[in-house]
Design a protein around this ligand. Structure first.
Ligand code: GTP
Ligand code: MG
Ligand code: ZN
Length: 373
């Protein structure tokens, strides 16, 4: 087809709003449609809300709540009065210095416009986003991000970071797991490794993983969403806390959460060709998990990620994010040793003596290479 004709067709389809031209999560490595700088949002909202936003009714008092879903610009907030579908607007105030305005887990104050009923969500405006106690972030590629922000927050106010992997389909990747663990050390949140799909494990595979991570003090929970192995132990860990499930696409985050909550959220197929997941979950959502005793835990399901960038962690800090280095680093000749090319490096010596796992050291080098400062 002629190039011009093709373009015409695309524009026509677009203006009709055909499904195929809408946001396609499989193409987006970067699930950040709403995550823009406050200033950008304010600019646009100044234009748009001047026309469209209903005036809040004066008699409805402000409410405190927690963001449980961010779907494009539609933000669902859970309050004691029920759930409200909210938007940010020109007067939204954030207590956070990073550029990501609202994420799942954020504690917010909303101005209700319409109260919820049994059939429908309420409606409201987000007045204030409170300071985040903790967050799960990743760095963003400058080319694919309009606002130019370097750090993109995925979820906030979490007590536990569950790094979800599978033993097969897709294969366990030490590089990705080590990135999460380094981040957890940097952010000072407790990480727990979930190894899913152990129904597919070959003898010895799980032991190989345990041998790397358990001596470092990291907890591993082997599970199978398919057979139910390990799910009770996992559920016990979730009670009384807010957790996030993060990991590669297709490892089974949503399948696990369906099992734990009894819900029926869409789960993906693993491509036979690449044995990789196909990015089924496209928005973060916070879910409630209950146990037999009536206790509750909250878990945030997140979209699978392809690459976990940590470029915002300064090189100087990264050295301390691999916990096994801490024991040896004081014996390096230079206090500022980066454990790469310096003479008399105790970390490299430990690596040579088999006291540090080669895969961990490789992960360190890979992250160090991408660090910006
Ligand atoms: N054999 C086996 N397959 C599983 C298990 N858990 C999940 N799967 C399958 O793995 C595939 C992907 O599962 P999802 O739950 O969509 O994976 P996800 O991590 O949520 O993926 P994204 O939403 O793309 O990040 C589905 O076909 C599941 O049936 C398991 O324990 N064993
Ligand atoms: Mg999913
Ligand atoms: Zn050193």
């Amino acid at each position: 087809m002629e190039k011009k004709q093709k373009l015409k067709k695309v524009i026509k389809a677009w203006s009709k709003g055909e499904e195929k031209w809408k946001f396609n999560p499989n193409l987006a490595d970067d699930d950040s449609a709403i995550f823009e700088r406050t200033t950008d949002i304010s600019k646009r909202h100044n234009r748009q809300n001047a026309r469209h936003t209903q005036k809040p009714e004066a008699h409805l008092a402000d409410l405190e709540g927690v963001v449980v879903e961010c779907k494009g610009r539609a933000i669902t907030v859970r309050t004691d009065d029920g759930n409200y579908l909210c938007k940010t607007y020109r007067s939204t105030i954030s207590e956070n210095s990073d550029a990501t305005l609202v994420v799942v887990g954020d504690e917010v104050v909303i101005k209700p416009i319409v109260q919820p009923t049994e059939q429908a969500l309420g409606e409201g405006l987000i007045q204030q986003v409170k300071a985040r106690r903790t967050k799960l972030s990743r760095s963003r590629k400058r080319e694919t991000n309009r606002s130019g922000e370097l750090e993109h927050v995925i979820a906030s106010n979490i007590d536990l970071l569950f790094v979800v992997s599978s033993i097969f389909e897709p294969l366990f990747r030490t590089g990705l797991v080590d990135r999460y663990l380094a981040y957890a050390e940097y952010e000072r949140i407790t990480p727990i490794l979930i190894i899913n799909k152990i129904d597919l494990a070959e003898p010895g595979e799980l032991e190989d993983i345990r041998r790397i991570y358990e001596p470092l003090g990291y907890e591993i929970i082997p599970v199978s969403a398919r057979t139910g192995i390990g799910l009770q132990e996992l559920k016990d860990k979730l009670m009384g806390k807010t957790s996030v499930f993060s990991g590669h696409s297709g490892v089974g985050k949503t399948t696990l959460l369906n099992q734990l909550t009894g819900m029926d959220m869409p789960v993906g197929e693993v491509s036979e060709k690449t044995l990789k997941g196909l990015h089924t979950t496209s928005f973060a959502t916070m879910l409630e998990v209950k146990n037999d005793k009536g206790e509750i835990g909250y878990v945030i399901d997140t979209p699978g990620i392809r690459e976990y960038g940590l470029a915002f962690i300064p090189r100087e800090e990264l050295r301390h994010c691999f916990i096994e280095f801490r024991k040896f680093a004081p014996n390096c000749r230079f206090p500022s040793c980066t454990h790469t090319t310096e003479p008399d490096c105790a970390v490299i010596k430990a690596l040579e003596h088999g006291e540090i796992a080669p895969s961990r050291y490789e992960s360190y080098l890979a992250i160090l290479e991408q660090a910006i400062a």
